[in-house]
Design a protein around this ligand. Sequence first.
Ligand SMILES: Cc1cc2nc3c(=O)[nH]c(=O)nc-3n(C[C@H](O)[C@H](O)[C@H](O)COP(=O)(O)O)c2cc1C
Length: 229
Amino acid sequence: MKILILNGSPKREKSDTLRITRAFVDGMNAAAENEVKTVHVIDRDIRYCIGCFACKKNGGRCVIEDDMQEILADILNSDVVIYSFPLYSYAMPAQLKALVDRTMPLSSWRMVRNEEGKYGHRYQYDAAGIRYVMICGCGYPNSRHNFEGVVRQFELKYPENRTIVTVPESPMFNIPQAAQFVAPRLEQLRAAGAEYASAGTLSEEMLKTICSPMIPEEIYAQFANGERR
Ligand SMILES: Cc1cc2nc3c(=O)[nH]c(=O)nc-3n(C[C@H](O)[C@H](O)[C@H](O)COP(=O)(O)O)c2cc1C
């Protein structure tokens, strides 16, 4: 399989979330070796969509010439696209949002209504088989009233073939003193990657495991606030 990781953290390889994603992909690779490409979005020339809709009418060509041409080709060439990013202001980082907006050329002008009454544009490239995974880390101790906006955005953007993983307390993934709590979670993430590779989805039980806090939220908050060492 071809896996494309779109890393939306400006911290590049030092990203807490990318540590989560790498463990997940390691698990995917355990069953069979995959071809993995990582794009650090912060390093790419991705200008903002100018809203001209030319791409929707000219067969899918963006009028802006920058790195998005290559990234769109990478997306179309992938079996699985993983959006890996930290939660910023209850949303995705702006650089990554710019990239998502620029996927506009993939769909045509024609909009169709589904059985739930929601409208969406039809693909004008062969993109229907691509599966999407969102892996989002965050700094708060739990997921309550935190991930809702970004989860809903991803659900609406990718109504089919998508899997969503949200992980609280993610700075722990880069804190050496937290290794005893992080190591078992990395193991669970590898197991999740293996499950995803074989089933194409994650069970509710697996999602509950990997999306739960690693340590009790009060204790995490005390560490974060410097009240505990
Ligand atoms: C600009 C900014 C906004 C943030 N907003 C949130 C937020 O809304 N909720 C949250 O839990 N954490 C928030 N955080 C914390 C990050 O999500 C957290 O530090 C995460 O582990 C960083 O992941 P990374 O290393 O992959 O970039 C924010 C951090 C920054 C820098």
